[in-house]
Design a protein around this ligand. Structure first.
Ligand SMILES: NC(=O)c1ccc[n+]([C@@H]2O[C@H](COP(=O)([O-])OP(=O)(O)OC[C@H]3O[C@@H](n4cnc5c(N)ncnc54)[C@H](OP(=O)(O)O)[C@@H]3O)[C@@H](O)[C@H]2O)c1
Length: 246
């Protein structure tokens, strides 16, 4: 019997690498994105099932679930997302709303709906190290990832308490080389890992038992430090880091 994986953000960067790895593992991958040309390539070259969907639209998120709810989906990867490095008031309200819709609401809607229709398996929500603390000059993006982190952790706990066969996993990458920076209109001076390496962490997260996977020792250390350092210091350090990207 065919086992399906649905991957959002499959047209680029981390999501694309995760989709390729799941294909190699024998999943029939439903690739979701807006970029029709890239979806066609994924379909023709790798046999993925292409699905155009604008995840900033609530109704399109619900329709995506309605289309695939009867499929035996055992892996859902919510990877679509983007952010901006900017003074908070220089981002237009439209861009803020689109970002919140894709990063937060689409992830929330798809987690809620697919956890009800999946018989078993894993929902991997691609979060970020940005979830660990507020980030001045990347305020809405970091806040969106904190929301996803908190929501995913809580939902996973509820599912565990219900003895559900579906579990939620959270992937928190640090910097990854992808077109993300182009969208964010930044040049990240910090060391980054490749999208392929990040996808390896994603597969481990899907197959493993840990709820939260943080990519690499440096990111784990920065998570620990952001927990114990005074908030004022964390804000000042983040302001400097984000400022250096502009
Ligand atoms: N790169 C990093 O340093 C980094 C670090 C931590 C976390 N992350 C997270 O990793 C995830 C993937 O980012 P990436 O680095 O791989 O960036 P990317 O290469 O720019 O990919 C972003 C993906 O999101 C999809 N997307 C954006 N808006 C969409 C919309 N309205 N509807 C449907 N799909 C939409 C894009 O597909 P279409 O263009 O086809 O719509 C694309 O496939 C994001 O959630 C990001 O926050 C990235």
């Amino acid at each position: 019997m065919k086992k399906y994986a649905l991957v959002t953000g499959a047209t680029s960067g981390i999501g694309k690498e995760i989709a390729l790895k799941l294909t190699q593992k024998g999943f029939s991958v439903i690739a979701v994105g807006r970029n029709q040309a890239e979806l066609t390539i994924l379909s023709e070259k790798y046999g993925m099932i292409p699905n155009v969907c604008n995840l900033s639209n609530r109704d399109e998120c619900v329709s995506l679930w309605e289309k695939y709810k009867e499929y035996d989906i055992c892996t859902l990867v919510n990877c679509a997302g983007f952010g901006y490095v900017s003074d908070f008031d220089k981002i237009s309200i439209d861009d803020d709303v689109k970002m919140a819709n894709v990063n937060v609401l689409a992830t929330q809607i798809l987690t809620k709906l697919f956890s009800s229709s999946m018989k078993n398996g894993v929902i991997l929500n691609v979060c970020s190290a940005a979830a660990f603390s507020p980030e001045p000059l990347m305020a809405s993006y970091a806040a969106s990832k904190s929301y996803v982190y908190s929501y995913s952790l809580a939902v996973d706990y509820e599912l565990k308490r219900r003895n559900s066969n579906v579990r939620v996993r959270i992937l928190c990458p640090g910097a990854v080389s992808t077109p993300f920076e182009k969208t964010a209109k930044v040049k990240n001076p910090l060391p980054s890992i490749s999208a392929e390496r990040c996808a390896e962490y994603a597969i481990k997260a899907i197959e493993g038992k840990r709820t939260v996977t943080v990519t690499g020792f440096k990111m784990k250390a920065s998570r620990f430090l952001s927990r114990i350092a005074p908030e004022k210091l964390v804000l000042a350090v983040q302001y400097k880091i984000q400022g250096s990207k502009r």
